[in-house]
Design a binder for this molecule. Structure first.
Ligand code: RNT
Ligand code: ZN
Length: 410
């Protein structure tokens, strides 16, 4: 179907495809650096990967240096419509020095900022509370040992400082997201003490306010090795974010598989100033598969648009698959999020809301199901065509050519 025909089909429903395209192109996606190298980072030495975060596979071509990672990112951003962001972890520093986590400074990340400026990208940041000898027992900010807690508080404090400086340098606030692996393999007897320690450590970490910075906290239901109790559970961080009026991060892979994460947006948005999303795809016990155009993602995008939450939600991705081309994973993942957002913008929102408000659930069902048949693909093709970006077999060709290159050279 041509774009012209599709445009007319949507116009029949009162939907303006040009307005939908314009809105889509204004939404930045924060691309997670850690898909590029299987969450390894560039530290001179590190502990076991740990933390229940596991990238499986050994596909050739993993980025081994900051320069390789940047080259892979440039290629990937080059296949995406719109302007986006890069989500960096503290273990991705770019320096000849070997600072421990409690000694990182802005200068260790300055090359990333220069590059982001040159590329017109915003940055986001994360302290790294895993893959370190002091995190090998899956306890960091809630560790019973005061010295270990202090080490991690210092890491988090410095991460916030670095993030704020990045935000100032780029003229765009940086979201600094806190996720800790803390938890217990077997049933603890003093959950309260652990949560009080996490609470106090976070307070110490977040004590100094910074401009150009947004603090976020991310919960998790369980992880490999922390099956019995996660100290930073959803209830813990929901309460903490509300008390401190900071951002709550919802990772779609961090809840029970029958929970609908899209449903949570409007509920928590009433109580926290802004939200961070880690768009991800859970499967059985694992939380981080490449996102598909499945119902979970479509519902998430629809909620963001219909609930008017795009202005207060930072959309980040979080998955890592080392069994496929890492650049392809990025491109497909971001494009799927964008396609979902485009589809949400192409729905006759006012009409759907009106039938629901009138209590006509029959009409709501008929309309939502009929709307699935609209020619969304023709509008996406148009978005890509206007940006001279390949789709279909041509996209596969571009991804394969690049992958062959990195596999040969690395
Ligand atoms: C881990 C969390 C966290 C990490 C990244 C690397 O379960 O989802 O967001 O994936 O910080
Ligand atoms: Zn996450």
């Amino acid at each position: 179907m041509t774009y012209g025909t599709a445009k007319a089909r949507f116009a029949d429903w009162g939907v303006d495809t040009e307005a939908a395209i314009a809105s889509l192109l204004k939404i930045p996606i924060s691309v997670h650096c850690w898909q590029g190298d299987d969450v390894r980072g560039f530290e001179a030495k590190s502990g076991t990967s740990g933390g229940g975060i596991q990238a499986t596979g050994n596909h050739p071509g993993r980025a081994r240096t900051p320069d390789e990672l940047r080259a892979d990112l440039e290629f990937s951003y080059g296949l995406l419509p719109g302007k986006h962001r890069l989500n960096l972890h503290a273990c991705y520093l770019d320096t000849d020095e070997s600072p421990d986590r409690d000694a990182i400074e802005y200068r260790h990340f300055a090359p990333w900022v220069d590059w982001a400026k040159e590329q017109g990208l915003g940055l986001d940041f994360n302290p790294t509370f895993f893959a370190h000898a002091k995190a090998d027992d899956n306890l960091t900010l809630s560790h019973p040992d005061q010295g270990i807690r202090a080490f991690w508080v210092e890491h988090g404090r410095r991460s916030r400082e670095i993030a704020a400086k990045m935000g100032a340098a780029l003229g765009s606030p940086v979201v600094n997201n806190i996720w800790v692996p803390d938890g217990y393999k077997d049933t603890p007897v003093d959950r309260m003490a652990a949560r009080q320690r996490l609470d106090a450590s976070l307070d110490a970490m977040l004590a100094t306010p910074h401009d150009h910075l947004r603090d976020a906290v991310e919960s998790k239901l369980f992880g490999i090795g922390v099956e019995a109790c996660t100290v930073g559970s959803h209830e813990f961080y929901l309460g903490y974010a509300i008390r401190k009026q900071i951002l709550l991060c919802l990772d779609m892979g961090h809840f029970h598989p029958t929970e609908n994460i899209a449903d949570k947006l409007s509920a928590v948005a009433l109580s926290v100033p802004e939200l961070l999303l880690h768009v991800s795809r859970p499967m059985r016990w694992d939380s981080d598969h490449v996102i598909l155009q499945n119902d979970d993602i479509l519902q998430m995008a629809q909620e963001l648009v219909f609930a008017g939450l795009l202005d207060k939600t930072h959309i980040g991705l979080d998955f890592f698959d080392a069994t496929i081309s890492r650049t392809a994973a990025w491109v497909i993942g971001v494009r799927n999020m964008q396609k979902a957002l485009l589809r949400a913008h192409l729905l006759p929102q006012a009409r759907l809301k009106a039938v629901e408000a009138a209590g006509d659930f029959t009409a709501r069902l008929v309309l939502t199901e009929e709307l699935r048949d609209l020619p969304f693909a023709a509008v996406w093709e148009e978005v890509c065509l206007r940006a001279s970006l390949p789709t279909g077999p041509a996209l596969l060709g571009a991804l394969e050519t690049y992958q062959r290159g990195v596999a040969d050279r690395r």
